[in-house]
Ligand binder design. Sequence first.
Ligand code: ACO
Length: 334
Amino acid sequence: MLPMKIDAGVLGTGFYVPDRVLTNHDLEKMVDTSDAWIVERTGIHERRLAPDKTPVSELAFQAAQRALADAGTSPEELDLIILATLTADCVCPSAACVLQDRLGAKRAAAFDLSAACSGFVYASSVAAQFIATGTYRRVLVIGAETLSKYVNWEDRNTCVLFGDGAGAAVYGPVEEGYGIRAFDLGSDGSGADLLGIPASGSRHMITEEIIRKRLNRIHMSGREVFRFAVRVMPATLLRSLERAGLGPADIDWFIPHQANIRIIQAAAKRLAIPPEKFIINIGKYGNVSAASIPMALAEAAGDGRFRKGDIVALAGFGAGLTWASCIMKWAKED
Ligand code: ACO
């Protein structure tokens, strides 16, 4: 584990979703599906879609502004910006640099982090390293996605699942014994083909054939990813808890990656965590990949659900394959 010298915790949070709502009933008109199937098999009722010309950096900007205001931090105070996304504005430059300029965060270093749905927890652990060593005092971490731009709207297996949005947190030094207590990160690239956007980088140049085969859109082996998720989410959380010297019964709030309500229910059963401790917003937003955990975190923090000293657990899994979890002792005053 980290030889943490300075404890790093959340100073403020914020989230943003675009206005346009796509309901399951809207999808019934687009593909052979039904509201009943989607709700029963996934727990999703509706999702948000960004306008065609809105890049992910814009969603990130809106969420970041709210997190900075909540933390009482000005953009000029930021030392580092980490933007977790798999739908960056372009391959180069990073969306984090676009965001850095948009915010006017003149002193900040900035980079994108690619770990799919585990991205926010990966990025939070990176922020904690810089703060623990005293290198940086203010790190802005964002999870933001515009997955709707990569969905194949003719594929009912995937188009019902994903949505757009952004969640952000400002991290900084907190009172000793509070903030991030432990984390667990992992990967298994042997599962790379199970989930991804095959023609979105240097492997395949975009050709007419690529477009015809929809290889520039999301492809997923749903059942295999489901099995992986049910296995890995409890396993990573238990490792983080053990490193923090805690057990499942110590958790006050659990924020899982919001991919499918049945995955969350399976994890709840395996860990024996009561349902009222789960923070779940999949019904409203669908799977927003790297944005799902910080959106739920910001929504719950904004509702005033957390008390200082609460144990808040985060756990994600996704393309890569990747997984990540983190245990925090909530440091912010009520
Ligand atoms: N509407 C109606 N029927 C559908 C739909 C739909 N939208 N989608 C699939 N079906 C059909 C299938 O075609 C299949 O029909 P068949 O038996 O005639 O072939 C049937 O429903 C059952 O299909 P399954 O794939 O077994 O359905 P399942 O219950 O597994 O649910 C789902 C599919 C929701 C995709 C599920 O497997 C799942 O959630 N997987 C995990 C996805 C995930 O967690 N991704 C996270 C990572 S995201 C990231 O990193 C970006």
